[in-house]
Design a protein around this ligand. Sequence first.
Ligand SMILES: [Cu+2]
Length: 141
Amino acid sequence: MNKFLLIGVAVVVLLALGLWLGGGMGKQEVTGENMTQEVVTPTEAIVLAEERVFDLVGSDFEYDVKEIRVKKGETVTINFTVIEGMHDWRVDEFEAMTEVIEVDGASSVTFVADMVGTFEYYCSIGQHRANGMVGNLIVEE
Ligand SMILES: [Cu+2]
């Protein structure tokens, strides 16, 4: 009795081993149920940091864009031009600033918006800021 059981177990083990090795054991039929399916996981999309570009025009004494909204972590580029007077664009919190330019001039600055909040950008020339040459950079989570 014991011997029979042992042989039975041995056969089952051998069959299982045969299946596992992919060879099959002679008469043993390989059914779909017992086959291991290869699971194909979709390749994770590579998420590139968003790059945001804004064109701003300065005049006496305002920016044509008064609010810029970005997401935290985005790389922000400001392309600044002037159609009147002499101005710059800067945000102290990100130590971002363009050059001071005059009409027909152009200056760009790129920075990473790595803090959430509302930050005032302004022109640093004379009393321009006090005269309202400001805007808000809003960085959202
Ligand atoms: Cu100005």
